[in-house]
Design a protein around this ligand. Structure first.
Ligand code: PMP
Length: 363
C-alpha cells in the first residue's frame, strides 16, 4: 500500500542521557545488541491520515494496548543496517536505500503500509545524528541500526491493522560472533525456515521466532549458526539463521543460492556479487545441494565457503555438521578469497577504498 507522509522530525533531546564515563565503557566493549543509545525515532501511521508525527525522542519503553494486533498476529517487520565512522572522521550509511526498498517489500508481504524510501533514510539519519557520540571505539566497531514497524491498532479480528508505528533504535556494535572465531561452525537443521509461497523473503519477526529452536539446537551442539535447507525437498542449501552463503570453487567461480522467494535477499550478498565479478570471478546464482557441497569439499573442488550479512559482515565457514556427521571446508580456516572480499567490502564501508558504486551515503 503506497502512503502519504508528513515528516518534519520534531526533536526532544533526552533530559538525562547516559553518563559519559558509562557510555565510554560500553563503547570500549560493545558486544552485539545489548546496549542502546539515548534516543529513538518514532513515526505513527493511521489509515486515512498516512504517516505523521515524526519525532526523535528519548530512548525508552513504549505504551501498547494489550489488544495491539502485533501481539496476537505478529504483523511486524524490521531492517538491520550499520552506520560507520569513516577514516576522515565523517559518518556514513551503507546502501540505506536498499534497506528502505527491502523494508517496503516486507511491508507489502505482511499487508502493512509502505514508508516512503526517503522518509526511511531520513529517519535513520536522524537517529544517527541524535546519537553520534555512540560510535564504538573498538576496532571494527559500528553503530547497528534497527528500523522496525508493527501493527499498534487494538483489534482482535484477523485482518490488516489500520494503525502502525515505525521506529528506529540504535545499538553500538562490536563483533557479532561471541567466539570471535576465525571460522564458524554450522549445524544443518532438520527444521525448515520458509516454505514456497511463504514469508521467507520478508524480514518479519515471525521468521526469526520460528528459527529460535533450531538455532538453540545448533548452539547446544557447540555450533555458531544454524543452516536451513529448502522446505520442499530438504536438499538444497538456502541460508543461515541470519546470513546468506557463498561457495568458492577451484576453477575461479563463486556460487550463492538463488533468490527463490524463500531466502532473504541480503544487501551484503548483492554487494559481494558485484565485488566478486569485479575481481574477475565467474559469479553464479543457483541451487547447491548439501550432498554436492559435501562431495565438493571432499574432492577439493570447493575451496571456501563464507557467510555474509550486515551484522557478521563476511565470515568464513570452517565446519558443517548434521545428524549424519560433519565435514570441513578447506583447511577449516579462513580462505584467501573470503579475506579479500571482506577487506574490499569493509574498506568501502569505512571510506578507505574508493566507493565507485554510490553505496556510501555520508550523513
Ligand atoms: N538472511 C537472513 C535470514 C538475515 O536475517 C540476514 C540479515 N539481515 C541476511 C540473510 C543478510 O542480509 P543483509 O546482508 O542485508 O544483512
Amino acid at each position: 500500500m503506497a502512503t502519504t507522509a508528513d515528516t518534519t522530525f520534531t526533536k526532544h533531546p533526552h533530559p538525562s542521557p547516559v553518563a559519559a564515563d558509562v557510555r565510554a565503557q560500553v563503547l570500549a566493549n560493545p558486544g552485539f545488541g545489548t546496549a542502546f543509545t539515548d534516543h529513538m525515532v518514532e513515526i505513527d501511521f493511521a489509515e486515512g491520515k498516512g504517516w505523521h508525527d515524526a519525532r526523535v525522542i528519548p530512548y525508552g519503553p513504549i505504551a501498547l494496548d494489550p489488544a495491539a494486533a502485533v501481539l496476537h498476529y505478529a504483523q511486524e517487520i524490521f531492517e538491520g543496517l550499520k552506520a560507520y565512522r569513516l577514516a576522515d572522521g565523517g559518518i556514513a550509511l551503507f546502501r540505506p536505500e536498499a534497506n528502505a526498498q527491502r523494508f517496503n517489500a516486507s511491508a507489502c508481504r505482511l499487508a502493512m503500509p509502505e514508508l516512503p524510501e526517503d522518509v526511511f533514510v531520513e529517519a535513520v539519519r536522524q537517529q544517527v545524528l541524535a546519537d553520534k557520540d555512540w560510535f564504538p571505539t573498538v576496532e571494527g566497531g559500528s553503530m547497528y541500526l534497527r528500523p522496525f514497524m508493527f501493527a499498534s491498532e487494538a483489534f482482535l479480528g484477523v485482518r490488516p491493522a489500520k494503525q502502525y508505528k515505525f521506529m528506529v533504535i540504535a545499538s553500538p556494535a562490536g563483533n557479532y560472533f561471541k567466539s570471535g572465531a576465525p571460522a564458524v561452525s554450522i549445524w544443518v537443521s532438520d527444521y525448515t525456515r520458509a516454505a514456497p509461497g511463504g514469508t521467507g523473503a520478508a524480514k518479519c519477526g515471525g521468521n526469526y521466532a520460528a528459527s529460535l529452536v533450531p538455532t538453540a539446537e545448533a548452539f547446544s551442539r557447540g555450533h555458531d549458526q544454524v543452516l536451513f535447507l529448502d522446505a520442499a525437498e530438504r536438499k538444497w542449501v538456502e541460508e543461515l539463521g541470519g546470513m546468506n552463503l557463498f561457495f568458492v570453487f577451484d576453477d575461479g567461480s563463486i556460487l550463492t543460492p538463488e533468490l527463490t522467494g524463500t531466502i532473504l535477499p541480503g544487501i551484503t550478498r548483492s554487494s559481494l556479487l558485484t565485488l566478486a565479478a569485479e575481481e574477475g570471478l565467474t559469479v553464479r546464482e543457483g541451487r547447491y545441494s548439501l550432498d554436492q557441497w559435501k562431495a565438493d569439499a571432499a574432492s577439493g573442488k570447493l575451496v571456501e565457503t563464507f557467510a555474509c550479512g550486515t551484522a557478521a559482515v563476511v565470515t568464513p565457514v570452517g565446519k558443517v555438521a548434521n545428524h549424519e556427521g560433519e565435514f570441513l571446508i578447506g583447511s577449516g580456516g579462513p580462505g584467501q578469497l573470503t579475506q579479500k572480499l571482506r577487506a574490499k567490502l569493509v574498506g568501502i564501508q569505512r571510506g578507505e577504498i574508493a566507493d565507485t558504486h554510490g553505496w556510501v551515503t555520508r550523513i
